[in-house]
Design a binder for this molecule. Structure first.
Ligand SMILES: [Zn+2]
Length: 674
């Protein structure tokens, strides 16, 4: 009865198309294929994509070949040194690492005869079993359980010299003690998955392991499941001796990062400017969601846009659209510094890292994530407007109530997308784009959590083609909009931004209500300045009509009055809080990059700045530190920087901010202005 009452009107349910002309949306929805994206994902997921390795190159060459087949322009695989020495801003290039073979066997020695008992791990079977940056070895030795392996106590009363240490920690964390100090020949690690609610739950998982890429030591580590480790531990606890034979053929060596890239050349006066699609092509096999999914989705967008333009269904965009498939963070840093003329053309990036996790399998929630508060931009409202559109259309469809653009793959799910329109989070290449040295706005599409991330179970079977198709749509629609944005589009954009600002104001008010008055006033000031900054950022893309500018001024003034009026700071900052810092030329990029930390390598101070281990209500030390440096611009006083990071992640003291800025000064990254 309910259904018969509800259905006639409900069948009409459809969300208004935001920002783009409907024929453009219809063309994208009619061409994008989640199934095609998953087929490409399946190929990429077969490769063990270690940085600058032979199999990474197989993936890169596959992408370049597909791009040529699709008719993209300027297709190439850029080759940038991965030599262990070159500095790309704050990223030291890691050497290439090429694994060829690795086996771990349990053996029994009887007199002169050695009998294999059981295969413990095989690179041929699952390449993830060999920790990254392992060196060649051929060792037969006893296994010794040392617990975590990261504290001296773990080794008390145990002799690991020349033996294999069974460790719970990542090999890179245990190596200084296990190998350097106590002389282990190698390690067997059952390091567990990244921490989520499903942590340690699935004892079959084998996690991707890491050693220090720059360490002079030569060693190796095998990664095993918790199940395997527990079997070993039970036997060792009973006093049994376990002898293992480890064979590794792998090497770190000077090599090249291969970064596939292609272009859709713009047709307007702004064709020298580029909207970028980024992802990351590296990671362990299979690495299906992290991140063959982002790579294959980007490839599908390239195919779709090239075809629609060729078929006359889409006009050539005014700005150019660039596609890149780097290795995570380090290749983006290499690209930015080895090809500064290319980076100078980048106006915005759409970065995809994990965009296909089937919810039932991976438990993933999809996010359309904004940039940091240090870089206010309208670009984030564009991405989230398309995210909200797909949410509404897919929900109407799933509920049997309509939805003209459900974006459903015949091989995929029919569930609503339910994308979370999220505030900034770190963790992938987008944080290089938005960094204070580059300030390129970023839309970040990402799944979190994923209970199989960085394990042998991150397989193509867990990928939902419908989700790939929807991520592709949000990305493609955002890119087309940004590539074509002109003055006549600004009134509709402003309407989208007003409603987004008001939604965010509700969140800001909730946070302010929990703060003391002065802190609350600082929050409101920083928040409103960022909202105004987002509006001001439109001018870099298109002239803002005078009437829209007037409307916006009036809107922000009324909003400020509604929020309790402008509350200026109690007084001008004094003492250390008034210090103004500027970046040192040439030290470009974030402090923590990939497999390397510029701050740790250059800071010689006796004590570690407290900010780095601070935990705020919405952010950890690394996030505060990233933003503090981003806000260094030669004008803002330390007190103002404190206000912005406090608005973003929760209150922090100005002393902690100044202490970190002084440490950055000692590391040669910033200098105080006189
Ligand atoms: Zn990733």
């Amino acid at each position: 009865m309910l259904a018969s009452v509800a259905s006639p009107a409900a069948a009409q349910r459809a969300a208004p198309v935001p920002l783009l002309p409907e024929p453009t949306v219809a063309a994208l929805a009619g061409e994008l294929s989640g199934s095609a994206a998953r087929r490409n994902l399946e190929f990429i997921a077969r490769q063990h994509r270690m940085r600058a390795s032979a199999q990474f190159r197989v993936g890169a060459d596959f992408i370049a070949a597909e791009l040529r087949r699709y008719g993209l322009e300027e297709v190439s695989v850029l080759e940038l040194p991965a030599d262990g020495r070159t500095m790309y801003g704050t990223q030291k290039a890691r050497p290439a690492w090429d694994p060829e073979a690795a086996e771990l066997w349990e053996v029994r020695d009887e007199g002169d005869a050695r009998t294999p008992v059981a295969r413990v791990a095989s690179f041929e079977d699952e390449p993830v079993v060999l920790a990254q940056d392992s060196d060649s070895a051929d060792v037969t030795a006893e296994l010794v359980d040392v617990g975590a392996g990261t504290s001296e106590r773990d080794y008390a009363g145990k002799d690991v010299r020349g033996k294999l240490a069974l460790i719970a920690a990542q090999p890179g964390a245990a190596a200084p003690l296990a190998v350097d100090r106590f002389g282990a020949a190698g390690m067997v690690s059952y390091a567990q998955n990244q921490v989520t609610a499903w942590w340690k739950e699935d004892e079959r998982l084998v996690r991707w392991g890491h050693l220090d890429s720059f360490a002079g030591r030569r060693t190796f580590a095998f990664m095993v499941s918790l199940q395997q480790a527990r079997r070993f531990q039970e036997r060792l606890a009973k006093g049994e001796r376990i002898t293992l034979h480890a064979v590794v053929r792998a090497a770190r060596h000077p090599g090249v990062y291969g970064v596939p890239t292609a272009l859709i050349r713009g047709g307007g006066a702004a064709r020298g400017e580029e909207i970028v699609f980024s992802c990351h092509l590296d990671h362990q096999r299979p690495g299906a969601n992290d991140n063959a999914s982002g790579c294959a989705t980007t490839l599908e967008i390239a195919r779709t846009l090239a075809k629609l333009i060729r078929d006359g269904k889409l006009a050539r965009p005014a700005r150019s659209i660039r596609f890149v498939w780097p290795c995570e963070v380090e290749c983006t840093m290499a690209l930015f510094h080895a090809r500064p003329e290319m980076r100078a053309r980048f106006r915005a990036v759409i970065h995809m890292d994990m965009v296909g996790g089937a919810p039932a399998a991976t438990k993933a929630i999809f996010h359309v994530t904004r940039g940091p508060l240090s870089l206010p931009t309208f670009v984030n409202d564009v991405g989230q407007a398309f995210g909200a559109f797909v949410n509404a259309e897919s929900d109407a469809y799933a509920s049997g109530e309509g939805g003209r653009y459900p974006l459903v793959s015949p091989e995929g799910g029919k569930e609503p997308l339910l994308a979370d329109l999220a505030e900034f989070s770190m963790g992938s290449d987008h944080e290089v784009y938005t960094e204070g040295s580059f300030r390129i706005p970023a839309i970040y599409l990402n799944d979190w959590p994923d209970r199989y991330i960085h394990t042998n179970f991150d397989t193509p079977a867990n990928i939902d083609p419908t989700k790939l198709q929807r991520a592709a749509f949000i990305g493609a629609a955002s890119a087309l909009y940004l590539a074509n944005l002109q003055s006549s589009d600004v009134p509709a954009l402003w309407a989208v931004m007003q409603s987004a600002t008001l939604r965010r104001s509700a969140t800001m008010l909730e946070r302010r209500a929990a703060l003391p008055a002065a802190e609350g006033a600082a929050l409101a000031r920083a928040w409103l300045a960022a909202e105004r900054g987002a509006f001001a950022s439109i001018a870099a893309f298109a002239p803002v009509p005078a009437d829209v500018r007037r409307q916006a001024d009036a809107f922000y003034q009324r909003l400020e009055a509604t929020l309790g009026g402008p509350v200026p700071p109690a007084g001008a900052p004094s003492g250390d809080a008034a210090l103004v810092f500027e970046r040192v030329a040439g030290i470009t990029g974030p402090m923590s990059v990939f497999g390397y930390d510029y701050f740790d390598d250059h800071y010689r101070g006796a004590t570690r700045p407290r900010l780095l281990s601070f935990q705020g209500p919405r952010g950890a030390g690394g996030e505060y530190a990233y933003e503090v440096l981003n806000l260094v611009d030669g004008r803002r006083a330390a007190a103002e920087i404190r206000d912005v990071v406090s608005a973003e992640y929760g209150p922090v003291t100005v002393e902690m901010v100044v202490e970190y800025l002084r440490a950055l000064e000692a590391a040669g990254v910033v200098r105080a202005r006189r």
